[in-house]
Design a protein around this ligand. Structure first.
Ligand SMILES: [Zn+2]
Length: 372
C-alpha cells in the first residue's frame, strides 16, 4: 500500500499530538482540596458507620489513592488549625496559631509564606474558599492571609480585601458575617461597602456566586453544602486556565458528637457530587488538618449505631467522655490523618508523609515549581 508522504506527516503529527495529549492529561487544570477540620480516621470511621451502619461506606473510602499525613507543627506534636493548614497551603511547618507565616526571630517576628491559592492567583486561575466555619477562622485564613496570630481577625479581614499577592479570592462562602460587620464598622465603613469596593458582590445566599465572578457570601447560619459547592464550581470553571478551590467542613465533635459526625457525611456526599461534576482534569484531595479525641469503643452489628449511642448516652452518669459506644475526649490529637485523592497527580498520595508534601503534590499537579 502506498501512503503519500503528506499523509504520513499528518499521521505522525496526530501521533505526536496524541502523545502530548496524554502528557497533558497528567497535569491538573483544577485542584480542589476538601479539608475535614478535625476529621481524623476515628471520626471518619464513626461518622460513616453512624450514617450507614456499614464499614467502608464513605465515598472517601473508595478514593483510589491514600496516604497518612503527619500533622505535627514546628513547635508542638499536636497542631492547631493555623499551623496545620499553613503546612498544607504553603509547604512550611510553622508554630501553632500562626497563619501562613513562619517565625523569623525568637521575639515573635514572622515572615509571610506564599500560599497555593496565591500561586494560582498569580497565574491567572480562579480561586474559591468555602467553609461552614467563620471565613476568617485559621483554616480558611491560611489560604489567603498571613498573620502571626490567628486571633488577629481585623488584619485577616483587611488582607481578604487587600491581599499580599493577586486580587484576592474570587469566591468566598462562609460564616462570620457579624464579625465582618463589626470589624469594618470599627474602621468607619460597612462590610457591604468594603466588599463592593474590592469588586465583590456581597450577600448571604450562596446562589449569588452563579452570576458573579467575584462574590463574598457571609452569613451567620449553616447552609446546604451541595448547592453551594455546585454553584461555586460552575462559576470557577468558567476560567479556561482552571481554578483552585478549598472547601472546609468542620468535623469537631466537642459538645455534640453527632453534629461533627453528621458533618463527616455532609462533606463525603459533597465530594461524591464534586467527583461527578469537576471533570477528569481535576485533582481532588481530602485530608484533615489534625485528628481529634473521638473513639468508637463499642456497638453491635445488627442494630443502628445511632440508637446504641443514644441508649448509652441516656444511662445515668454517662458523659460524652464515658459513653462506651462513642466517646469524645475534647481536644486535638497527634496521630497521622488520612489523605485520599483522585485525578491527575493523585498517584503521589501514598505511604506516610509530612503534611507539607500536600503542598508539593498540588503544586506539581498544576505543573508549577516552588519559587521560595
Ligand atoms: Zn482544625
Amino acid at each position: 500500500m502506498h501512503i503519500p508522504k503528506k499523509a504520513l506527516a499528518v499521521m505522525a503529527a496526530a501521533l505526536l499530538t496524541g502523545t502530548a495529549g496524554i502528557a497533558q492529561a497528567q497535569e491538573a487544570r483544577n485542584v480542589i482540596v476538601f479539608l475535614g477540620d478535625a476529621g481524623g480516621l476515628p471520626t471518619l470511621n464513626a461518622g460513616g458507620i453512624l450514617a450507614h451502619d456499614k464499614p467502608l461506606s464513605l465515598f472517601i473510602q473508595s478514593m483510589p489513592y491514600v496516604a497518612l499525613s503527619d500533622t505535627s507543627s514546628a513547635n508542638r506534636w499536636v497542631t492547631d488549625s493555623g499551623a496545620g493548614m499553613t503546612a498544607i497551603m504553603t509547604g512550611h511547618k510553622t508554630n501553632n496559631s500562626m497563619v501562613s507565616a513562619i517565625p523569623t526571630s525568637p521575639n515573635g517576628g514572622v515572615t509571610a509564606v506564599k500560599t497555593l491559592l496565591e500561586y494560582a492567583e498569580q497565574r491567572g486561575l480562579s480561586t474559591g474558599v468555602m467553609t461552614n466555619m467563620k471565613i476568617w477562622d485559621a483554616t480558611p485564613a491560611a489560604t489567603y492571609a498571613h498573620v502571626a496570630s490567628r486571633k488577629d481577625k481585623d488584619s485577616i479581614f483587611q488582607q481578604m480585601l487587600k491581599p499580599h499577592l493577586g486580587d484576592g479570592v474570587d469566591i468566598l462562602i462562609g460564616k462570620g458575617r457579624a464579625d465582618a460587620v463589626a470589624s469594618f464598622a470599627a474602621r468607619q465603613t460597612t462590610a457591604e461597602k468594603a466588599f463592593a469596593g474590592a469588586g465583590y458582590r456581597f450577600g448571604e445566599d450562596p446562589a449569588i456566586v452563579r452570576d458573579a465572578a467575584r462574590a463574598a457570601v457571609l452569613r451567620d447560619s449553616d447552609f446546604a453544602p451541595i448547592p453551594a459547592v455546585e454553584a461555586t464550581i460552575a462559576q470557577l470553571a468558567k476560567n479556561p486556565k482552571g481554578y483552585f478551590l478549598m472547601v472546609e467542613w468542620d468535623m469537631h465533635t466537642s459538645g455534640d458528637p453527632k453534629k461533627g459526625l453528621r458533618h463527616v457525611v455532609e462533606m463525603d456526599d459533597m465530594i461524591r457530587r464534586v467527583q461527578e461534576i469537576a471533570g477528569k482534569d481535576t485533582l481532588i484531595l481530602f485530608t484533615a488538618d489534625h485528628s481529634f479525641g473521638l473513639r468508637m469503643g463499642g456497638g453491635e452489628r445488627g442494630a443502628p449505631l445511632l440508637q446504641q449511642y443514644e441508649a448509652a448516652a441516656g444511662e445515668p452518669g454517662v458523659t460524652t467522655e464515658t459513653n462506651d459506644v462513642i466517646s469524645v475526649q475534647d481536644g486535638h490529637t497527634g496521630e497521622e490523618v488520612i489523605v485520599a485523592a483522585s485525578g491527575p497527580g493523585a498517584d503521589k498520595v501514598r505511604g506516610f508523609m509530612p503534611n507539607t508534601r500536600l503542598f508539593d503534590i498540588m503544586l506539581s499537579a498544576f505543573g508549577w515549581k516552588r519559587d521560595q
